[in-house]
Design a protein around this ligand. Sequence first.
Ligand code: NAP
Length: 293
Amino acid sequence: MKVLILGSNGRLGSALARRWKALPDVNVVALTRADVDLADPVKAEASLATHEFGSGDVVVNCAAATDVDGCERDREAAARINAESPGRIARLCAARGARLIHIGTDYVFDGALDRPYTEEDDPKPLSHYGLTKLEGDREVLTASPLHCVVRVSWVFGPDKPSFVDAIVKRALTSPEAAAVHDKTSTPSYTEDMAVWLAAFLKLTVPGGVYHLCNSGTCSWRDYGEYALECAKKNGIPVLTTTVAPLKLSDMKAFIAVRPPRTALDTSKFTRVTGVTPRPWQEAVAEYFSTWRP
Ligand SMILES: NC(=O)c1ccc[n+]([C@@H]2O[C@H](COP(=O)([O-])OP(=O)(O)OC[C@H]3O[C@@H](n4cnc5c(N)ncnc54)[C@H](OP(=O)(O)O)[C@@H]3O)[C@@H](O)[C@H]2O)c1
């Protein structure tokens, strides 16, 4: 089976490309922005079309305009990258009988629910990032019943720094740490995602929307504090393990409105695959057991 990965320089795409190369009977083709530039939808489709793939093969789209504030600043580019190009790619895959696994986001929700979001909950994006990602989800699902949209949240892993790396790095030189306490979701560890997402390579797993992340819910502050504790336990010389609470409304530098509560319910994934994602704390602890600044 051929598996073409778009966005293979990114946090999630790098992990998939690295891990899936070891899968038996899978030929991974790792594609970057230089190979397929989603900012030009017509060219993106044409570039992907130059690759040989067909029935039984899979394209995974990890590429996206992920700078949430950047998407407010350049709405047209966000729409092309997050919605129009995924739509064209989805239709190309459908025409060739290939499955598209398209990575989505918790930011399609408004965060008003006080329980984790299921795939049946109505999306109501608050930002242009969320809106364009939702349009992309819909384009992909309309193109073929074989395609999957897998929504993830708070992605972290070894291939590209994220929030937990930033907070631990900063604590190496500063005893002050602070993070938002009234925004909650669930981290998604890319090493885990690489194992779980492999389930979708089997076409016996039905197409549709899936929510996928580690289990449990936390705030940015909880997440940061736990990362600092894990770092300390592993001999990383952090100057603090205490994270002061900030309010989401105090984050004046944010341009886009962020949804306050977007934990994802992964029970559909468990029902279909028999796999229950492990708690986010286990994943963060494992990550910091080999972390180097
Ligand atoms: N990070 C999170 O916390 C989070 C949360 C929820 C959902 N997600 C979703 O998860 C997926 C993967 O995110 P990630 O964390 O791996 O993000 P990431 O590290 O920012 O990776 C995004 C990738 O998209 C590529 N890209 C951006 N613009 C492009 C363009 N015009 N043409 C082609 N490629 C382009 C980037 O290429 P370059 O390397 O060349 O810049 C990068 O490799 C995305 O769909 C994102 O929406 C992420």
